[in-house]
Write a protein that binds this ligand. Sequence first.
Ligand code: ADP
Ligand code: FRU
Length: 288
Amino acid sequence: MSRILVVGNATLDIINVVEQYPQEDQEVRAQAQHINRGGNAANTAVVLAQLGHRCSWAGTLAKEADGILIREDLQQHSVDLDAVHTVSTGKVPTSYISLSRENGSRTIVHYRDLPEYPAEQFIRIPLDEFDWLHFEGRNLEEIAKMMRHARQVAANTPVSLEAEKVRAGIEKLFPLADVVMFSSDYAKHRGATSAKEFLQQFGTQQPDARLTCTWGEEGAYGLERDGRLLHAPASAPAEVVDTLGAGDVFNAGLIDQLVRGEQLDVALNGASALAGKKCGVYGLDNLV
Ligand code: ADP
Ligand code: FRU
């Protein structure tokens, strides 16, 4: 068991399960509706806790009914909330999600009106208690301050960074991380047509970090510091029913393996197997 700090977002996910993804201006009836805690960092924290780690989440919550729902959910999943920043105005971010029964795809409309997690709060966290620090690459100025602070006060603690969404200036964070986890969206934005091509082209610019890039059904690729390119095929479940959060589960699986001291090839395969298992079930519970 390791102590892991995850910094980033928690959301309220309103998930409508639909037969197939609707057309614009169509009215369809959902077959089921689930209202869950979501958010990349919160999801990754919950899965790391399931994997047996003592996990803390650092993010912002509003003092309102949905903020309370998320807080209670994280507590139920044994995620420590000491580092949470609570604000008395605003509303937790909300994702309206259509989850297609046809192929498990998830289409997300996201709304946010909440202050981001401040570096001021982060510097009060006793970082020497942690074996691993993970950051969601958002709110870039503040995250850069947090990562630099971590490098100063916990120089030997491994740091990972998720680069999922394309945000101007996110590249400045990469040299501050030991592991950077890229999404296919990010790689496509950089002009790549596959994870392999992305890592081969981009890897030479980041010689100090280990890099990964996920690509849905094609699994995930990794690039070691010495330039070795690695591939973990996707682990297909009997039926793909829900891909919401597959990337968050992959990241949790990767951190779990690396913090246990596994090599990157083993970690990639373990993470891909866990993310594949997730795609075969609804939600993020009972993955272990
Ligand atoms: P995101 O949730 O960020 O869109 P991806 O779709 O790239 O992330 O998926 C992350 C990982 O989840 C992939 O690398 C793969 O291991 C696994 N995965 C995603 N979709 C499938 C699928 N249809 N079948 C099996 N595994 C999948
Ligand atoms: C899944 C997820 C959802 C959330 C959205 C935020 O990866 O974290 O739970 O609504 O992405 O971007």
